[in-house]
Design a protein around this ligand. Structure first.
Ligand code: B12
Ligand code: SF4
Ligand code: SF4
Length: 314
């Protein structure tokens, strides 16, 4: 097989294992390395110090796996439609309505990596989904899968932005795709205007310190009074800047993947039970879910804030 035929075979297999879109890009220097440097220097990473440590690899992704030549980049649709959770106050971002996506994506990526090694015998492969020093949105844009919207999300023209990105780095000789060069946001700025905390310092510049996703998922310890007010009635993550995006409103279709089926205890969690759960009970209920990231104490903090904000709106 020549590189083009190998790419076609890899992409066919990616679709068979359940990925909704796939593309290939060469591991050149990140074209937006300067944006990353500025973002970090401005303090927008908040307490996510790993982003500073990983910066050099994000800027030059060939340093992640030294012999790697290309990234095979996948998208997995997780959109569950436009319905809101039944029980307010309990805003949970849609990506957390089903089992922890790392557990779904990584076995699929491992199967894709095995197929790459069959198609290109002797190839080295390494799989990533979210964790690791991989500039996933940047690679997805370069692999032709969509553009980076003003809300910083990778937007696929047919799937929208409610997608997970998964990556296989490899030294296999695969033909790359053309990057997605167009910016289809145009003059729209709905995401910037709708963000409840004004977290965008500018288009494509998110200050994590003001982002509800950061506050409810990544921040450790107690909220300040200002942070407590900012999270509103979200108990885990936030979807506002995606919910308002016309590319999701018009084009995103619900995921049919059984592995990502919504679970009631995640979509509309029992807040009293979450508040009362000790470590053992929390682990029993939520160990395989995204709620495990903030953990029992983090979720208690989030629920307490959401309930207080619900009682005292505005
Ligand atoms: C840290 C992190 C966060 C932080 C910071 C978010 C942020 N905007 O940077 C917090 C906790 C706030 C967060 C929130 C969310 N996250 Co997050 N997060 C990450 C993580 C681990 C690293 C992102 C990062 O490096 N940020 C630093 C910024 C500077 O880098 P960047 O986002 O890659 O942006 C690059 C481009 O924007 C580019 N660039 C800049 N300007 C321009 C201009 C043009 C024209 C182009 C083409 C490119 C470009 O340069 C930047 C640097 O390379 C990635 C996984 C990964 N390994 O990449 C997931 C990831 C980005 N998150 C994801 C998700 C789903 C979310 C949430 C939707 C979850 C939720 N519902 O609560 C929110 C969305 C918030 C938002 N609007 O961005 C998905 C996004 C999927 C997609 N389709 O885009 C990822 C890819 C995880 C995954 N594997 O699926 N996240
Ligand atoms: S996830 Fe929510 S808080 Fe964060 S930038 Fe988007 S709308 Fe704003
Ligand atoms: S809401 Fe508008 S500006 Fe924001 S990402 Fe979507 S199309 Fe782009």
């Amino acid at each position: 097989m020549n590189p083009v035929e190998r790419s076609v075979a890899v992409k066919r297999y990616a679709t068979e294992v359940g990925f909704d879109a796939v593309g290939v890009t060469a591991l050149e220097r990140n074209a937006h390395a300067a944006e990353l440097d500025r973002w970090l220097a401005a303090g927008h990473a908040a307490t996510m110090t790993y982003l500073h440590r990983q910066a050099e690899k994000r800027k030059q992704p060939s340093r992640i796996l030294p012999q790697a030549r290309v990234a095979v980049v996948t998208l997995t649709n997780y959109f569950h439609g436009r319905q809101l959770p039944d029980a307010a106050p309990a805003g949970v971002a849609q990506y957390a309505w089903s089992a922890d996506y790392h557990r779904v994506l990584l076995p699929r990526l491992a199967r894709l990596a095995a197929a790459i090694r069959d198609i290109a015998p002797g190839a080295a492969t390494r799989c990533y989904a979210d964790a690791g020093p991989v500039p996933e949105r940047e690679l997805a844009q370069r692999a032709g899968l969509g553009w980076i919207g003003k809300n910083m999300m990778l937007i696929h023209p047919a799937l929208g932005s409610f997608t997970f990105i998964g990556v296989v780095l490899t030294d296999a000789d695969l033909a790359p795709d053309q990057p997605f060069e167009a910016d289809r946001c145009g003059t729209c700025r709905r995401c910037l205007d709708a963000c409840p905390t004004d977290a965008f310092a500018a288009p494509r510049e998110l200050d994590a310190r003001r982002c509800i996703a950061y506050l409810t998922i990544e921040k450790r310890g107690a909220f300040t009074a200002a942070e407590r007010a900012m999270v509103g009635e979200w108990v885990f993550g936030c979807d506002v800047c995606q919910d308002v995006c016309p590319w999701n409103v018009k084009f995103a279709g619900p995921a049919t993947d059984p592995a990502l089926a919504p679970r009631p205890e995640l979509r509309a969690p029992d807040l009293a039970a979450l508040l009362a759960a000790d470590e053992a009970e929390f682990h029993r209920r939520y160990a395989d879910t995204p709620f495990a990231r903030p953990g029992a104490a983090g979720m208690r903090r989030n629920v307490a804030a959401a309930l207080a904000n619900h009682a005292r709106p505005g």
